[in-house]
Ligand binder design. Structure first.
Ligand SMILES: Nc1ncnc2c1ncn2[C@@H]1O[C@H](COP(=O)(O)OP(=O)(O)OP(=O)(O)O)[C@@H](O)[C@H]1O
Length: 341
């Protein structure tokens, strides 16, 4: 469904020396700098796959998605979506895809949601019967009934996102690009949105590309992740595989009588790390380490020798921890994706 080969995008950025002198000089001689946002990436995505396209800020995710949607023309390489070269045939490509891009809306700001859907029906030439059936299904799954008569500008973030998703899937597109579809939403709305995406995939075989920093979204929706770092693909494979590849990572959550001044005992300084707290709790501390360096039993015994431990749990490494590790420590040298296959 999606075929990307040796795809690159370089941005040309005009450079200017500071001050008035710089401004005048830049009128006469323009200096440019090249930013290589995407550097020769390859991947294939089959119809019906749900893939998480993830990476740290500035890694090149949006640039890739913009090339897949035809908004940007690549500097070099090939991209085909459903057999179409998107930037050469934007209109045809648009009829097969749906998109939700963060804060941008494809609904009409001042008119009621239902009328936006009516307009999309005409734009995408959706047959009346199919439109009615699809809308009825979305209204039920996403609980849209009370929202249909309200203009988009009056909707809350969660209400708007539910309406946006319905708009993106309304014409039963083959591919849907979702950029941070659950950002800033409460847990109940996140769950509803994730279920909706899974349902659309199961029912219509929609291919879904999800860019998000929310690893829970990734774990619940995607079978496969592509990790991009500094414009190159550093991992392409299943979530299970990355977990087993980094399966030596361990996490132990300790409950102590008092953890507010907790520091790692000397013996652990090189082999373990304290994880950032998910919630402010003066009794809890979580430690991560690699079983290649030290065993769980040793970690527990060292901590127990230094602190009064009330309780402890040994957890599976979360995908967040693994991915942060890969982004943060430049593990790309170790995780070349050809090694993964
Ligand atoms: N229009 C542009 N002109 C020049 N440089 C750009 C432009 N758009 C993006 N860049 C640069 O290209 C690199 C990749 O940006 P991109 O937006 O693709 O990253 P991203 O992975 O989507 O990041 P984020 O998670 O922050 O959205 C960044 O260094 C960014 O500053």
């Amino acid at each position: 469904m999606i075929n990307v080969q040796n795809l690159s995008k370089h941005y040309k950025i005009a450079k200017r020396d500071p001050g008035l002198r710089g401004a005048i000089k830049s009128l006469l001689y323009r200096k440019y700098e090249i930013k290589e946002a995407v550097k020769g990436i390859d991947f294939q995505i089959e119809a019906g796959e749900m893939v998480g396209y993830i990476g740290a800020n500035g890694a090149g995710k949006s640039t890739t998605i913009k090339m897949l949607t035809g908004i940007l023309t690549p500097t070099s390489g090939e991209v085909k979506v459903n057999g179409i070269i998107p930037y050469e045939n934007r209109q045809k490509n648009a009829s097969h895809i749906g998109a939700v891009f963060g804060q941008r809306t494809q609904l009409f700001w001042d008119i009621p949601v239902r009328e936006s859907y009516e307009l999309l029906k005409h734009i995408y030439e959706i047959p009346q019967k199919q439109y009615e059936e699809t809308l009825a299904e979305f209204v039920e799954v996403l609980h849209l009934e009370p929202l249909l008569g309200i203009p988009v500008r009056q909707l809350s973030l969660g209400q708007k996102m539910r309406c946006e998703l319905a708009a993106a899937f309304l014409h039963r597109p083959k591919v849907v690009y979702l950029d941070e579809p659950t950002i800033g939403l409460d847990v109940a709305v996140k769950v509803r949105i994730r279920n909706f995406i899974k349902q659309m995939n199961a029912r219509y075989g929609t291919t879904v590309i999800l860019t998000t920093h929310d690893m829970q979204d990734i774990e619940e929706i995607c079978q496969r992740i592509i990790i991009i770092d500094d414009g190159t693909v550093i991992y392409d494979g299943s979530i299970d595989r990355i977990k087993s590849q980094f399966g030596d990572k361990r996490v132990i959550h300790f409950e102590l009588e008092n953890a507010s001044h907790f520091t790692l005992p000397g013996r652990l300084v090189h082999d373990a790390e304290i994880l950032p707290k998910e919630e402010e709790d003066p009794h809890k501390v979580s430690i991560t380490f690699s079983s290649k360096d030290i065993t769980g039993a040793e970690v527990i015994s060292i901590i127990m020798n230094h602190y009064p431990v009330v309780d402890l749990t040994i957890a599976d490494p979360k995908i967040e921890t693994i991915v942060e590790e890969i982004y943060g420590k430049g593990m790309k040298k170790e995780v070349r994706h050809e090694e993964v296959f």
